[in-house]
Design a protein around this ligand. Structure first.
Ligand code: ZN
Length: 297
């Protein structure tokens, strides 16, 4: 049972929007599915949490989807995380088993695997062919800073983003969480300064979560308890892949391709793996024949 959840809140008469989450279970699941080493776990975990926070801030409907993609030129390759409006997220990296030396004891070198020469882009699929894509240059490769830069630059909403994943020496994820604070028009300079000061004074998100500070308490700290929690909902790992989807994909390959696959296969079954979640789907020869027949019509 995962206790992960995300809270949505508002402060200063609605001129600030704030979000925070505990996604320890989500990051553990991402690590398990892709057998990620500690630093990639932190990098992908941060990106996945960022996608969940951005989805909470900008998607209106459950079936809308938002993807965060990071290419920083580092050894991890590309990071891709997709979240929907229902609190589900999936994610992967090209090279889940890479490492970079710690910056200092206990501090995973996320920028060391991500790299800092490249791009972060956010794609929103809002349904009805309505989609949006924004891209910014990476600033640090630490993910949180880069997402904040994206929001301020590309969406013109000054934002603070804190994301953290704590991995213990044996590689297990002990805690993962973060926050997103967005400043809307109408704030006075003094108010902005105060919020910036409070955010800067916050311990690292990972320390907070390890200390048992709940997401709503993180926001209460920033706004000296003057924060109104609007709602909260569970977040979880989720991939929309299914056997039926793979069947349909196979059918669209057409008779020629399918025949080739069937003739090449001398195994007991044809295996298809979803890159996003590493789930394997097996199709026995009889299944493949049925798919071939469907493709013929
Ligand atoms: Zn999948």
């Amino acid at each position: 049972m995962s206790l992960d959840y995300l809270v949505r809140a508002t402060a200063l008469d609605g001129r600030v929007r704030a979000f925070a989450l505990d996604a320890s279970g989500v990051v553990r699941e991402l690590q398990r599915r892709h057998q990620m080493y500690p630093v990639p776990t932190a990098a992908v975990g941060r990106t996945a949490m960022g996608a969940l926070l951005l989805a909470a801030a900008s998607l209106k409907k459950g079936d809308q989807v938002l993807t965060v993609e990071i290419r920083g030129g580092g050894p991890i390759g590309r990071i891709l995380c997709t979240a929907n409006g229902k609190g589900e997220v999936r994610g992967l990296a090209s090279n889940p088993q890479v490492h970079a030396e710690n910056v200092r004891p206990g501090k995973l070198n996320v920028a060391g695997v991500v790299g800092s020469e490249g791009y972060l882009s956010v794609t929103k699929d809002l349904g009805m062919r309505d989609s949006y894509r924004g891209t910014v240059e990476l600033q640090t490769g630490e993910v949180g800073d880069d997402l904040a830069y994206y929001l301020s630059r590309s969406e013109q909403v000054p934002s603070a983003v804190g994301l953290g994943v704590f991995v213990v020496p044996d590689g297990a994820v002990e805690a993962a969480g973060g926050f997103l604070i967005q400043l809307l028009p109408g704030l006075k300079d003094a108010e902005i300064e105060r919020i910036e000061k409070e955010v800067a004074a916050l311990p690292h998100p990972t320390s907070l979560i390890r200390d048992g500070v709940r997401p709503e308490q993180v926001l209460a700290r920033v706004f000296s308890n003057r924060v109104e929690i609007l709602d909260s909902y569970p977040v979880r790992f989720g991939c929309p892949c299914s056997r039926e989807r793979f069947e349909s994909a196979l059918i669209t390959l057409g008779i020629e391709e399918l025949t080739k696959i069937i003739e090449e296969e001398d195994k007991e079954y044809t295996e298809l793996v979803c890159h996003f979640c590493n789930e394997a789907y097996h199709f026995a020869p009889a299944d493949m024949d049925a798919i071939l027949r469907s493709a013929a019509f």
